[in-house]
Design a protein. Sequence first.
Length: 460
Amino acid sequence: MTDYILRERTLSLDDSWDVIVVGGGPAGCAAATAAAREGARTLLLEATGVLGGMGTAGLVPWFCGYDDGLQIVARGLADHVRFALRDRMPHLKLVMDENPLTSPSIDPEILKRIYDEMVTSSGAQVLFHSSLCAVEKTAGGTVSAIVVANKAGLSAYRAKVYVDCTGDGDLAAWAGAPFEKGDKSGGLQPATHCFVISNIDEQALEKGPRIHFYDPESPIWKAMRSDKYPLIDELHTCNRKIAPRTFGFNTGHVFDVDNTDPASTTSALLRGRQMAAQYRDAFAEFHPAFAEAVLVATGSLLGVRETRRILGDYLLTVDDYRACRDFPDEICRNAYGIDVHVSRKENEALTKLSIPELKEWNKNATRSLKPGESFGVPYRCLTPHGLKNVLVAGRCISTDRLAYGSIRIMACCLNTGEAAGIAAALAGAGSLDVHAVDAKVLRRKLKTYGAFLPDPAVQP
């Protein structure tokens, strides 16, 4: 590859914003809503045509990580989304009325509208099909403008404060913030291309073998041992009912994917769609509930679990997780287990185990807290080194790899997004320095909006 030098040009500049949020997934929706709710003129830029990220365009079929086994800990705007889903999905309401701690399943069309309404009713403005493509920064670490590409061409936008909710930490990384990525050798967790199957016989599904691979009659187990389905070659599978006769599947792995490499993501999406078709066909062959089932959708976004972790003023670690640590500046609590999906090589070894051996492996591999336990996520994880007016939220905040396996889920992303949005509004109305935001003020505001923030017992 050779270098190409762009000719000098002038771009239109829109500098009318207090806060610009880049990325409209759970973190971005919460950040934009929270900033606008505080009176900041807020713009949310989203590269696709829908808000919600993995829960909508990615077809992840349910939210993880809302509770600690005894109570809901992901509150505030996260709770708003949970209750909105419950109230619009009759089968989910029945389940949640019986067990209020049920992780809500997701009808993606309903969730799209929930996010649309939440963000726009706050006063935030949304711009779809608009991708971040460059970041301009001063020598002092202040982002002075971002460049966005859409059908209008290239345009520049300026705000007092920016919130990076891209998932991959694009804005912060391109502005020069330090980051870590993957394990020590650069290996990344595998992705999953989620899909939806409809026209499933629910009575036959309930009576028939479990889809889960721990059942020797499972269609996954049988498909792995059949030459007809070469793309079904490992064990990962989970599903959830999202509508009558319709289930979402977070099933299968696409290995060796780097979402910061467009060619890698393209290859993964091409493979993922073929995998989804093979899963449907295998289910139809090996399970009576799927005899007339139809594959109705695959995610327009790949289910990416891991890329950059932007290094901030505090690095949340697995030791913090294990100690259920409190922080004076914590902006949410999280209780989800450490969920780091294994590599291709490790999966190949797992496929050779017997079902009793798999159950024993899973018991030993599970890292989870006890009921009622949770740990704090400090505000300092949202403030990148070297950048004055940029916050991060969602799965790219400052953690080590194992702690990342806990905080990357959507419920926690909603919480970190809400905190980042309020902090952005505070910084924009004050010093313009996100590192100088008073955590006590931020916590008070979060509590006003319903956040679960017990007073810290220990101040490290």
